[in-house]
Design a protein around this ligand. Structure first.
Ligand code: MF3
Ligand code: CO
Ligand code: CO
Length: 271
């Protein structure tokens, strides 16, 4: 990652919009399939085929991970219950009462579109629903906290205060990120901030593209990476975690959300 994020021009912004439009359309396509009884591997396969059928590339497939981890083996991340992120789709059957985050990223003509939603499988506990609602609201609060020429930490400080007020913790090891021609680039977007710390002072200029993707936990913010697959991230205490993600383009007018869906939860939605 370079120190300064790329500033995208009008033509590049159109490419970003197109990539995100496709990715959002794919989220709408997959939505009716996320029901109790389906396996995470079946969902992944549908996303893989949908992406290829439209002539695009699943960004996660074969994406190189942290040193020592094998390349990512699937097209999506599906993170159920205590899985925070990077859940690898497979034989797991989604059950009534689960909460499952589906995170998908497409490369469209060389440009990335990245987003995720947490789905409620049938009737879930009031505790799980409240966590999902708070995470969704926290994402939108983060989106509205950032203005052109504002600071990156405006996002995390808003999200963190809101989450803590409602009794949740915010994951620290995984953040939002700049996105464009590459999947992960400057700026890093922490979803927390502590008063008096220097982090997050970077200015968000018009033309910068990034994600906001807070992960909120019922218990500790600490996480553990699966020793065997090198990817799956779980809460250290086994309690629930939820996440939502949108891709944002900063413009002169304010943040433009590029990954809005037609049928998914819109801002203000009550789960
Ligand atoms: N989509 C994830 C994000 O929001 C990244 C997944 S990387 C993978 O940044 F390799 F695990 F797929
Ligand atoms: Co992302
Ligand atoms: Co993502």
């Amino acid at each position: 990652m370079g120190r300064q994020p790329p500033i995208y021009n009008a033509e590049e912004r159109e490419q970003l919009r197109a990539a995100c439009r496709f990715n959002a359309q794919m989220m709408d396509f997959i939505r009716p399939h996320i029901v109790p009884g389906v396996t995470t591997g079946q969902i992944d396969q549908m996303v893989y085929e949908y992406t290829l059928d439209h002539g695009h590339i699943p960004a996660c497939l074969h994406y190189s991970g942290p040193p020592g981890a094998p390349p990512y083996p699937k097209s999506t991340c599906i993170s159920v219950n205590d899985i925070v992120c990077h859940g690898i789709p497979g034989d797991r059957v989604l059950q009534e009462g689960d909460i499952a985050n589906v995170d998908m990223t497409t490369i469209v003509d060389g440009w990335h579109g990245d987003q995720s939603e947490t789905f409620l499988l049938g009737e879930v506990s009031p505790e799980a629903k409240r966590l999902v609602q708070t995470t969704f609201d926290a994402m939108w609060l983060g989106i509205h906290a950032i203005r052109p020429y504002g600071k990156i930490r405006d996002i995390g400080s808003a999200i963190y205060a809101f989450a803590r007020e409602r009794g949740y913790e915010v994951v620290r090891e995984f953040q939002g990120h700049g996105v464009g021609r590459s999947f992960h680039q400057e700026p890093g977007v922490p979803h927390f901030w502590f008063r008096g710390t220097k982090a997050g002072a970077q200015v968000v200029r018009p033309g910068v593209c990034f994600t906001i993707e807070p992960m909120l936990n019922q218990g500790t913010w600490r996480t553990r990476i699966d020793k065997f697959d090198g990817w799956t991230v779980r809460t250290a205490d086994g309690k629930l975690s939820a996440q939502f993600e949108h891709q944002i383009l900063m413009t002169d007018e304010g943040p433009e959300v590029l990954t809005l869906t037609q049928n998914g939860p819109q801002e203000g939605h009550q789960f």
